[in-house]
Design a protein around this ligand. Structure first.
Ligand code: FE2
Length: 301
């Protein structure tokens, strides 16, 4: 059973337990999320000026569009203000700042009508983040920069919370991916040949759930949920921010969502930064996660 919680008034430990059990949480915009949304808007609007970001694709060549994103996206990811806004947001959400670690937030685009679906604007096929070396305790935070609608949202395929999908994660190793593929994302304009852990059997995309929150609202879900990018037919580009968090006590205690079909190796654990001081996760824990198969994660208690 998967439930959708709207603005749940729970503490962070309870929230993590709900997420590890497969629940979806949706939060309305609040001051801390609106600050992040507005900063993203400001950067995006500057990058596309004098065009309006959501319709700029209709006035630009794909190559020009890619060039703008290739400059904008890394600038957003590494901007010190973005990190500060994220730290404030996680404190505001009641996450223990000494135990909560986050990775840098990505700015994503989903263009209308298949204009650009590869490389720097990769349209994600159905996947679990845990197929990509994410720990089972990873929580995904997803925030639309402008209002979304069902035609340009993200889809959850809830039946697969308990149903395994044969997939290519056995060939995926995060460190290997970083070495060989990631730097080349901006070069994949027309096609994308980089190896991705995809389903190796037919996935029934329907029924599916598309959560629609306001711009600056936040959707939280476990990294073990099967989700995908909805083919955008809305007429305009979707801009969204996403980032991930892990709680160190849960990593230590091997608490997280159940792993039912991920066989990847490696870990993304080295990417996370502590809310208090941007310190990395202790090296011995990263090494333990490198070596342990994902299946050793216990259920949340
Ligand atoms: Fe994902």
């Amino acid at each position: 059973m998967n439930a959708v919680f709207l603005d749940p008034e729970v503490d962070d430990a309870t929230r993590r337990r709900l997420l590890y059990d497969g629940q979806l949480l949706v939060y309305s915009p609040r001051a801390s999320t609106l600050a992040l949304r507005d900063f993203a808007r400001q950067m995006t609007e500057q990058a596309f000026a004098p065009l309006e970001p959501r319709t700029a694709q209709h006035a630009l060549s794909v190559e020009r569009y890619v060039a703008i994103l290739a400059e904008l996206k890394p600038r957003f990811i590494h901007h010190p203000t973005v990190k500060t806004l994220l730290q404030a947001m996680l404190r505001d959400f009641g996450c223990d700042p000494a135990a909560t670690y986050f990775d840098v937030p990505r700015l994503r685009t989903a263009t209308d009508g298949g204009y650009l679906t590869t490389g720097i604007a990769y349209a994600f096929h159905p996947h679990r983040d845990t197929w990509y070396s994410a720990p089972s305790s990873q929580i995904n935070w997803w925030l639309p920069v402008y209002d979304i609608e069902p035609d340009n949202a993200m889809a959850f395929h809830l039946r697969y919370w308990t149903q395994a999908v044969r997939n290519g994660s056995r060939d995926y190793n995060y460190a290997e991916w970083n070495r060989s593929s990631r730097q080349a994302a901006a070069q994949h304009v027309k096609t994308d040949t980089r190896p991705q852990p995809k389903p190796e059997e037919a996935v029934e995309l329907d029924p599916q759930v598309r959560l629609i929150c306001k711009a600056g609202g936040v959707i939280l879900f476990s990294a073990a949920h099967l989700h995908s990018t909805v083919p955008n037919t809305s007429g305009h580009t979707r801009f969204s921010i996403d980032f991930r968090t892990v709680n160190l006590d849960d990593v230590r205690g091997r608490r997280g969502a159940p792993n039912i079909d991920s066989e990847c190796t490696g870990t993304t654990m080295g990417d996370y930064l502590r809310v208090t001081d941007l310190a990395h996760i202790p090296q011995e824990l990263i090494e333990r996660c490198e070596q342990e198969p994902a299946a050793t994660t216990l259920r949340a208690v």
